[in-house]
Design a protein around this ligand. Structure first.
Ligand code: PRP
Ligand code: URA
Length: 209
């Protein structure tokens, strides 16, 4: 069974509360999502492999450590997952970025694929899938299926707000994928929106409603 990591750092919780408020506009929403993504990035990259390198300080040679950041790929689920990419890239600037485009059908709430472009060597990388909202879990599960079809074996899922239903679905379909979230909310409503949640993440990031 995969692990669920709740990133409950006070700064993450503070910023998330501002994002949830309906008065918060797109500019602040985007900025806060970027900042939270960087903070969550500390947790999600906690076990990144280190390589030993020889360096020289002004005083003497030494063996030092370097993160193997070139072995990382960030894969946002479009659109809303895009809002988490820049914060992670601030942390690991050499990571490659792939894109998976999915939207939820308004009546079935099931995801529909419309785009997929991934780094050629994605199967050799640690992949961080980003999507702020884990609601029914359908979109995340489909994205994880697509990555595994491409041979990916080392995948983590980074979300902002999750519903218990979405976590259960991902854990059941992908027991090897650890999930990182800033909040686990109460439930889904009749439209499969997270309650209390923060509304439609894509619309709030891009100002489309
Ligand atoms: C939202 C969100 C997730 C998905 C979560 O995307 O960003 O991708 O819904 O719901 P699920 O867990 O029930 O699949 P949406 O389909 O609204 O597309 P958008 O990001 O382009 O707005
Ligand atoms: N997608 C969102 O953007 N928000 C939700 O609450 C559920 C799905």
């Amino acid at each position: 069974m995969s692990e669920v990591h709740l990133v409950n750092h006070p700064m993450v919780q503070h910023k998330l509360s501002i994002m949830r408020q309906k008065e918060t506009g797109s500019k602040d929403f985007r900025q806060l999502l970027k900042e939270i993504s960087l903070l969550m990035g500390y947790e999600i990259t906690r076990d990144l492999p280190l390589a030993e390198i020889e360096i020289e300080t002004p005083i003497s040679p030494m063996k030092a450590c370097r993160v193997l950041g070139r072995k990382l790929a960030i894969v946002p689920i479009l659109r809303a997952g895009l809002g988490m990419v820049d914060g992670l890239l601030d942390l690991v600037p050499v990571a490659k970025v792939g894109h998976i485009g999915l939207y939820r059908d308004e009546t079935t709430h099931e995801p529909v694929v419309y785009y997929c472009k991934l780094p050629e060597d994605i199967q050799d990388r640690l992949v961080i899938v980003t999507d702020p909202m884990l609601a029914t879990g359908g979109s995340s599960c489909d994205a994880l299926d697509m990555l595994k079809e491409r041979g990916c074996k080392n995948i983590k899922l980074m979300c902002l707000v999750a519903a218990p239903e979405g976590i259960a679905r991902v854990q059941s379909a992908h027991p090897d994928v650890d999930i990182f979230v800033a909040a686990i909310d109460e439930r889904l409503n009749e439209n499969a929106y997270i309650v209390p949640g923060l509304g439609d993440a894509g619309d709030r990031i891009f100002g489309t409603k």
